[in-house]
Design a binder for this molecule. Structure first.
Ligand SMILES: [Mn+2]
Length: 354
C-alpha cells in the first residue's frame, strides 16, 4: 500500500487506474480476468462484474479495496473520480489500447490522463520473502520435470510430445500452469533462440534445447538446459557448450547487488566474445521474473537498472549457429548483497545421452 501512495506522491497524481492484470494481482490479490482498480488519496475501489462479485470481494477486501459492481461503462467510474476529486489520473499506458484510451478521454472529462509507462510494474522488482518462496517452488517443480524428461528423449521422439510431457509432469507435481510456450529445439532448430516445440523428431547426434517453466501460486519459473543426443559428438559441439557454460558460471560468480544489469550482461558477453562467438550471442543475458515470466529489470546491454537485493533474475547466455545448432543454459537467481543464490538444481555439465 505504501508503494501506491508513493506512486501517487512522486507523480503528483490524485489517482491511478490499475488495469494490468499482474499489477492488479500484486496490489489487490484479484486472480480473475475481468476487473480494474482505482486508487485515490481517499479511496480504493475494485470494479468487476457480476461473475466475479464473490471471488473479487473475498480477494480484494483484505487488501483495503472496496468491491464495486461495475455496469461496464466508464461513465460510472467517472463518478468515483469526481467524488474523490481526481484531477490528475495515472494510467498504465503500456497496457491499454488506443480505443480504451479514447474512451477514457471522452468519459473522464476534465481529468488529465498521465502515462505511467512501466512505473507500476517496476514496484514489483524487489521480491518479498513470500514471493521468493513461491518462485523457489516453481523452480523446484521445473527441476523435477527436467530430470524426468531425459528418460523420454530418444530417436524419433517428437519435440511437441516432449513439450507436452514436460507440462504434464509439472502439473502432476503441483504446477498451476506452464509459464510460457515451451521451447524444445533439436538439431538445426536449436540455433533458433525461440524455437517453440515443433513436429520435428529428435535425431542422433544433435543438440536438444529445453526451455520451460511453470507457475506456482502465481509465480513463474524459467529454466533452460541443452543436452547432446547421440554418440558422435564433435569438438565444435563441446567447444560451444563449454563456452556457454563458462560464461554462465562466470556471470553467476559476479552477480550481486549494486551492479548495473548491463554490467552483468557484459561479464558473459565479453567472455563469449573473447572465445570468438560474440556475434552468435544475439540476445540479452536475462530478465527478471515473478508474477510475469519476463519483467523488469531486463539484463541486457542497455539495462540501466541497478540490481538490488531480492531481485530475481535469469542468467541465460547462448550461442546460436545457423545450420549447425545452438546452446543456451539458464538458471533463476536471487540477487544478494554480496553475490547471488542459484535456485535451479538441475545439472549443467555437458550431458551426452545415447
Ligand atoms: Mn528466460
Amino acid at each position: 500500500m505504501m508503494k501506491l501512495n508513493n506512486l501517487l506522491q512522486q507523480n503528483n497524481l490524485d489517482g491511478i487506474l490499475l488495469t494490468n492484470k499482474y499489477n492488479l494481482r500484486y496490489f489487490t490479490s484479484f486472480t480473475g480476468t475481468t476487473g480494474f482498480a482505482l486508487v485515490t488519496k481517499t479511496g480504493r475501489y475494485f470494479f468487476s462484474d457480476f461473475r466475479y462479485k464473490e471471488q473479487a470481494t473475498n480477494q480484494v477486501t483484505p487488501r483495503g479495496f472496496e468491491f464495486v459492481l461495475w455496469d461496464r461503462s466508464m461513465k460510472s467510474v467517472a463518478e468515483f473520480l469526481k467524488k474523490n476529486e481526481v484531477k490528475r489520473l495515472g494510467i498504465e499506458d503500456q497496457d491499454v489500447t488506443l480505443s480504451y484510451y479514447n474512451n477514457l478521454k471522452t468519459e473522464f472529462e476534465g481529468v488529465e490522463l498521465v502515462a505511467l509507462e512501466d512505473k507500476v510494474s517496476k514496484t514489483r522488482m524487489i521480491k518479498t520473502e513470500e514471493e521468493i518462496e513461491n518462485i523457489k517452488e516453481a523452480v523446484r517443480i521445473a527441476d523435477i520435470a527436467f530430470s524426468k524428461i531425459l528418460e523420454k528423449v530418444k530417436e524419433g521422439a517428437k519435440e511437441k510430445d516432449l513439450s507436452a510431457e514436460i507440462e504434464y509432469i509439472m502439473k502432476l507435481n503441483g504446477a498451476e500452469d506452464k509459464s510460457f510456450d515451451f521451447i524444445v529445439a533439436s538439431g538445426y532448430r536449436s540455433a533458433m533462440p525461440h524455437g517453440v516445440a515443433s513436429d520435428k523428431t529428435i535425431e542422433k547426434n544433435e543438440f536438444v534445447t529445453f526451455d520451460f517453466g511453470c507457475y506456482y501460486n502465481g509465480y513463474a519459473s524459467d529454466i533452460t538446459r541443452t543436452i547432446f543426443f547421440g554418440d558422435e559428438i564433435t569438438e565444435k559441439h563441446k567447444e560451444i557448450y563449454n563456452t556457454v557454460l563458462e560464461a554462465q558460471l562466470l556471470a553467476i560468480s559476479k552477480a550481486k547487488a549494486g551492479m548495473k544489469a548491463s554490467e552483468l550482461d557484459k561479464v558473459a558477453r565479453d567472455y563469449i566474445t573473447e572465445k570468438g562467438y560474440g556475434e552468435y550471442f544475439g540476445h540479452g543475458l536475462g530478465h527478471a521474473l515473478g508474477l510475469e515470466i519476463h519483467e523488469q529489470p531486463f539484463v541486457s546491454k542497455i539495462g540501466d537498472i541497478v540490481l538490488e537485493e531480492n531481485m530475481v533474475v535469469t542468467i541465460e547466455p547462448g550461442i546460436y549457429i545457423e545450420g549447425f545448432g545452438g546452446v543456451r543454459i539458464e538458471d533463476d537467481v536471487i540477487i544478494k548483497k554480496d553475490g547471488c543464490e542459484v535456485l535451479n538444481k538441475s545439472p549443467k555439465e555437458l550431458l551426452i545421452l545415447k
